[in-house]
Design a protein around this ligand. Sequence first.
Ligand code: NAD
Length: 447
Amino acid sequence: MATESLVPATERRDAKERRKSAAIAVQPDMSYEQETNPWLAQEARFDFAAKKLNLDDGMWKILRQPTRELIVHIPVGMDDGRIEVFTGYRVQHSISRGPCKGGVRYAPDVSLDEVRALASWMTWKCAVVNIPFGGAKGGIICDPHKMSQGELERMTRRYTAELMEFIGPEKDVPAPDVGTNEQTMAWMMDTYSMHMRQTVTSVVTGKPVSMGGSRGRVEATGRGVSIICDHALEHLGMPIQGCRVIIQGFGNVGSNAAKLLFEKGYTVVGIAEYDGGLFNAMGIDINALLRHRKQAGSVVGFAGAEAVDPLELITRECEILIPAATENVITSRNAADLKCRILCEGANGPTTMVADDILAEKGIFVLPDILANAGGVTASYFEWVQDRMGYFWNEAEVNRRLDLIMSESFHDVISYAVTHNVNNRIAAYMLAIDRVAFVAKQRGMYA
Ligand code: NAD
């Protein structure tokens, strides 16, 4: 079935109209480096949405910048006796609606601009799903795959110690992100608790369940993605049966989304990982692939699908494409080649602002990151609530509440898009900015 024919004429016309009213004024001479700078992307979308909302000049200035940006240099004794100094960041974008919330990323290419963008996206994401947090993000420039557990532990503890005055259950609550996991959160929680002379479980989320983590948190982002896909199909009048899905990234978000979609009856035809792609037109058995990955340590070599080029795979025909790996994978260089009907952003910032316009032109229905992957922070909110109550829900209860919030948020964003005649991404930004600005105005300005 050709992708074009899946787009009803009225939708195509609406998409064109919305493109006209929602095209961000991208400078024609913008370099690829500028196009893929996440902070510039965040700023451009924020400016556009704020203008559409007629946000007053003062509020625009306040919300455009993060509240606080911290740079730390962390000395770590390495296993071979050397001392290495790592650079780390914590950016807090907004505390208007509650404490800051956001992950900590360990990767060689972490930069202040990336952490700034991710912190701002957290503010908008928490507001889209209407949970009482502002946004933050942290990161350390390092390669966690080349470090021992001991080195990672010492680096994490020293980073946490440097952040002591800035984090806390009522201030800023870190969580795992790319390159960090529940063990990292256990070290952060323990370090913070040792300084406070008492156990403070609610200082981080994404902890092991045995020490105050929430059931369902590990799968929550992928589960949220699958809930958003269900609603998108219903909204567009498309059936689950025969719905072909291609997923980029088979990590936490991608593999859990794949498993849940597979169980719901979607046909997951493609998986793209950085070291190889898999394609099976009849559908990949995701449970078999998970078993293979556990044994082989990679999706490569799986017998139940054909090996294909992972970059080419994401441009193949499908109903839903889910980028769930990293930023800037859909850009001016490949957006025109996409043949999906729906783009559901599991990753943060996978699409550049130039690509946004190309996708709108093609009539692709975009489910923006600040809606589609918000299941993770929603379950983190549940974890924080449970830690503070000292009473823990079973997994069914967590999933029930997650479904309610994701479903309501989908409908909020879609209604906003229709009412304001903008695309889904700008609608999500407008809804979020509106909610944050309303509270910021009510609180007034401390001077
Ligand atoms: P992860 O490290 O568990 O998984 C990422 C996977 O993508 C890895 O398997 C990696 O090999 C693969 N990958 C990396 N670059 C790739 C590329 N260029 N092509 C193909 N595959 C590639 O990370 P994650 O937690 O699943 O996060 C993925 C994305 O989702 C990130 O953008 C993250 O910020 C975002 N996110 C995660 C959560 C969460 O709860 N984990 C919540 C919201 C958003």
